[in-house]
Design a protein around this ligand. Structure first.
Ligand code: G3H
Length: 255
């Protein structure tokens, strides 16, 4: 019932893929395919593709995001990009806390929280990623892990600011593995996340927050996942690199 009131958001996370000419070709192919989307469409691209993506999507229904940002406004952080730098370019979204950042680049719940804070202060909409490892699922602590990640990431975030947060549940064991969580598993954990939001911010905020699923979502399984009560969209990796596949997921999310 409440699902109909929430915004469905399909976001592509290109990760470290696509040179500028490749990005241009993919965006040009994608534009007509998603022009009549009945959901929000976002592409999160490498920093080197942001300007191209912003230019090519001007006047379209495609939003543009980055894949990370630093928490400081500026300073001696070689190789980093600040939220203000992204906002100044016209970037609207940023992915924060992706499991690949947590796994390979020392991201912790505390640094995720700092980045969330900086992104909100810069006016960006955050796609906040949470998710358990396979070992944690097998140990039966998925709910606790995902709850803890969500709570810490949102420390110092007000109810008003929550409107600029999209939560993406991404079980780490399902990312890039071809192993998708079942629709019921995704729905269950997304529902738990909504429960955490209800405890922190109240029922109205929980009913309104968009909670995506990510992890080997593709044209074949999207519809079943997206039909679930608590699955309000998807964060798409591999399948976002092919325009027809990504467009098929957008179609499945359209209401
Ligand atoms: O951010 C996207 C997720 O990591 C999912 O990636 P995937 O669709 O390639 O499994």
């Amino acid at each position: 019932m409440n699902k109909a009131l929430r915004k469905a958001v399909i976001a592509g996370n290109w990760k470290m893929n696509k040179t500028r000419p490749e990005a241009k070709a993919l965006i040009e192919e994608l534009k007509p395919l998603v022009a009549d989307a009945g959901c929000d469409v976002v592409i999160c691209v490498p920093y080197t593709n942001l300007e191209t993506a912003l230019e090519l999507t001007k006047g379209t229904n495609i939003g543009v995001g980055a894949e990370n940002c630093h928490w400081a406004k500026s300073g001696a952080f070689t190789g980093e990009i600040s939220a203000d730098m992204l906002a100044e370019m016209g970037v609207q979204y940023v992915v924060i806390g992706h499991s690949e950042r947590r796994q390979y680049f020392g991201e912790t719940d505390v640094t995720v929280n700092k980045r969330v804070r900086a992104a909100l202060d810069a006016g960006l909409t955050v796609i906040l990623c949470v998710g358990e490892l396979l070992e944690q699922r097998e140990q039966g602590v998925t709910e606790e892990i995902v709850g803890m990640q969500t709570k810490i990431a949102l420390q110092g975030v007000s109810e008003k600011e929550l409107k600029k947060i999209i939560i993406a549940y991404e079980p780490v064991w399902a990312i890039g593995t071809g192993k998708t969580a079942t629709a019921d598993q995704a729905d269950e954990v997304n529902g738990c996340i909504r429960g955490v939001i209800a405890k922190l911010y109240g029922k109205a905020a929980a009913d309104a927050v968009t909670v995506q699923y990510g992890g080997s979502m593709n044209a074949g399984n999207a519809e079943e996942l997206l039909n679930k009560e608590h699955v309000d969209g998807g964060l798409i990796g591999g399948a976002s690199l092919k325009a027809p596949d990504f467009a098929a997921i957008v179609k499945a999310a359209s209401r």
